[in-house]
Ligand binder design. Structure first.
Ligand code: FAD
Ligand code: MLT
Ligand code: ZN
Length: 639
């Protein structure tokens, strides 16, 4: 029998709800009004005609935890309402009409559990919470669908349990009413955000693994506003966390404690484009995809592209020195960023916004800020060298029998495709299976059960016939030599997008399993896949281990997934992965940064003298250490 969780909800309150759910998941104890006392004001009722889950679990049952007068057509007042769920032909589940409160929080229960090893469900005797959802604001149209599997899917995963336990630095002041009043004098009132719903989204990272408790989100509209904010915070010793699209994967973009969040989303203007040289100047809050679309109309492209392009901001990309899918062709942002405007901790606006290709006047200080993860300054404007858009793009999706074939294929591709090669991406069959079983509408162009490894090769050039002939000749030769077992070349833009969707969807699919331990390693090519196999052997049945990444750049993403975060499993993974990487002269952060997750691990990849110089630079630029504290560098270096 379904055991309803009784919850006299006053209204929606996400973080309290999350904690209550986490406690429920961890201890099995019922959620009660003592563990969950929501505070947010009531919102109007909306009819939500069609709630769809993206969860394939056929035993799903929905249960809404709600205020008695907010749920009609359902059980008796004060009791949770059970939503009936019916399967749809495409495998998703549909939940029939209910009146729900906007902002409503719900918990979906199921009577089975995902087996991460098999990727299938096993039956349980008891009901367990598997997903959480929230009714979104808006007209009751398709956009009102509750994407159960996506944003708030928590499949038996406890919030915050993976976060590092770092004490709050007592040297920091606590925010007070005078601070808020001051911020209201320098920013538009609506850009000083204390609203709990908006804060709860800004306090938690994309993976829902790291969670802070900031009480204030500031949305400056200009560099001068950023300068005034930082000047005040520095003089008051208020810690801050710079935030872009909040898509970072190492816990760098969210507060650890009560840091003030400064999000650059409103600084999203394009300042200029030099149409001869392709030099773009824009504000740091521009979303990467918007910049790409703007440039493509002008005959240029952004030199970087990544799966998070629809949310990440160029300032965040620069601050993490993001790599992504075009790195192989266009290289690091250290090469393509020509200039930056940065606001220092004390509010000084540092104008380094050059637009020159060559400029050797003194130290090139912009490089200090590229990849500094918001710990040295806030990037407010950028100047980027953008390559011309080339008209002919080809994409091949290939299967290989073993990793050695993938390595040889890379070498051959570099030799044979040379100047037109623009991406060489890699994933193992476990990554492929994960995407197919967790993402809606994703299909494989090749049978997934037959092959061990998959490679995506993209070429971009200026002569369609020449480029195609070149690629086809290369593919034919590689097949004859046995490097490729099977493959397809996309015939149109829809097919290309569907191939990319598989590769780009891996991170989204991996967070649906439950807990994901993510490692982003640079490794010598001959060692590239060894750690994936070792971890699979080491962890056996308890975890699902996948390997994918930017093989062309020597960058492996090792993801280890389990149903929930668990310190025993973590102890089997770390420090083993870091030691292994260090022993093989790799890097423990190829492109995601150190953030909170790896601040204490820097010594696996950097010498003590190098770390000391970093600490000295941090002390010089940010003596009060207000900028993104607890991140990037070990706390112990400052004691
Ligand atoms: P945030 O996540 O908001 O912040 C990241 C860091 O930068 C934080 O430390 C923050 O304090 C700091 N920061 C943000 N804005 C500023 C600013 N204006 N000034 C100073 N500091 C700032 N990364 C890759 O490298 N390659 C990939 O292929 C890739 N693919 C991804 C795919 C998915 C689906 C997801 C979710 C993430 C992916 N990432 C990838 C990670 C992430 O998208 C990148 O790190 C991205 O550059 C972060 O940008 P953001 O605007 O979201 O920054
Ligand atoms: C990727 O290459 O897909 C990204 O870096 C994201 C990830 O590793 O999950
Ligand atoms: Zn990556």
């Amino acid at each position: 029998m379904l055991q309803p969780v009784r919850l006299p909800l006053a209204s929606a309150d996400l973080s309290l709800f999350q904690n209550a759910v986490a406690a429920y998941v961890a201890t099995g104890s019922a959620i009660s009004s003592s563990t969950f006392k929501p505070t947010a004001p009531l919102l109007p009722l909306r009819r939500v005609p069609d709630l769809r889950t993206h969860c394939h679990d056929p035993s799903l049952q929905g249960i809404v935890l709600g205020r008695e007068d907010a749920v009609e057509e359902t059980g008796s007042p004060g009791h949770p309402a059970v939503l009936r769920v019916t399967p749809l032909p495409d495998g998703r589940m549909r939940c029939i009409s209910k009146w729900l409160q906007v902002g409503y929080l719900g918990l979906v229960f199921c009577k089975s559990v995902m087996d991460p090893r098999l990727g299938s469900y096993s039956k349980l005797n008891t009901w367990r919470p598997c997903c959480m959802f929230r009714v979104s604001v808006g007209t009751p149209q398709a956009s009102n669908y509750l994407n159960l599997g996506k944003t708030y899917a928590i499949k038996q995963r406890s919030f915050g349990s993976a976060a590092t336990d770092i004490p709050r630095n007592p040297a920091f002041s606590k925010l007070n009413a005078d601070d808020i009043s001051y911020f209201r004098t320098i920013l538009d009132e609506r850009n000083v955000v204390e609203d709990e719903d908006r804060l709860s989204a800004a306090n938690v990272d994309w993976m829902r693994k790291y969670q802070g408790s900031s009480k204030l989100l500031l949305l400056p509209k200009s560099s001068q506003e950023v300068s005034k904010i930082l000047h005040h915070c520095n003089s008051r010793k208020l810690a801050v966390v710079p935030q872009g699209g909040n898509t970072g994967l190492v816990g760098g973009s969210v507060p650890v404690h009560d840091e003030v969040i400064i999000n650059l989303a409103l600084m999203d203007k394009i300042v200029s484009l030099d149409k001869i040289n392709g030099i773009l100047v824009c504000e740091a809050g521009c979303i990467l995809e918007n910049l790409s679309l703007f440039l493509e109309n002008e005959g240029f492209i952004m030199p970087l592209d990544l799966g998070a392009k629809g949310s990440c901001q160029i300032g965040g990309n620069i601050s993490t020195n993001a790599g992504g899918l075009r790195f192989l062709r266009y290289g690091s942002l250290h090469g393509t960023i020509l200039g930056l405007e940065v606001v220092l901790a004390n509010g000084t606006i540092l104008d380094m916004l050059g637009t020159l290709r060559k400029d050797n006047t003194g130290y090139d200080l912009k490089h200090l800020f590229i990849g500094s993860e918001g710990s040295l300054g806030i990037v407010t404007k950028v100047s980027v060298l953008t390559p011309p858009k080339l008209m002919s793009t080809n994409l091949a999706f290939l299967a290989c029998k073993d990793f050695t074939s993938c390595q040889k294929l890379l070498l051959e591709a570099k030799r044979a495709l040379g100047e037109v090669l623009s991406a060489f991406e890699f994933m193992d069959s476990h990554s492929m299976d994960l995407v197919l079983s967790h993402l809606d509408g994703v299909r494989t162009p090749l049978p997934s059960s037959l092959y061990n490894f998959y490679i995506l090769i993209e070429t971009t050039g200026s002569d369609e016939t020449y480029d195609k002939t070149k690629l086809e000749a290369f593919l034919l030769r590689s097949m004859e030599e046995g490097l490729i077992l099977d493959g397809v070349v996309a015939q149109d833009i829809n097919q290309s997008s569907s191939f990319w969707r598989i590769r780009e969807g891996i991170s989204e699919a991996s967070i649906k399993v439950g807990a994901v331990y993510k490692y982003d390693l640079s490794l010598p090519i001959d060692q590239f896949y060894g750690i994936v196999e070792e971890m699979r052997n080491r962890l056996g049945e308890v975890a699902k281990v996948i390997g994918y990444g930017h093989l062309g750049d020597g960058n492996l993403h090792l993801n280890i997934m389990t149903a929930r975060y668990d310190s025993d499993i973590l102890a089997q993974i770390e420090p083993y992965v870091y030691e292994w990487t260090s022993k093989h002269k790799g890097s423990i952060s190829a492109e995601h940064g150190l953030g909170l997750m790896k601040a204490n691990k820097i010594h696996y990849s950097k010498s003590p003298e190098t770390v000391q110089l970093m600490v000295d630079i941090k002390k010089l630029l940010d003596p009060n250490r207000i900028l993104n504290p607890y991140k990037v560098l070990p706390q112990s270096c400052f004691n």
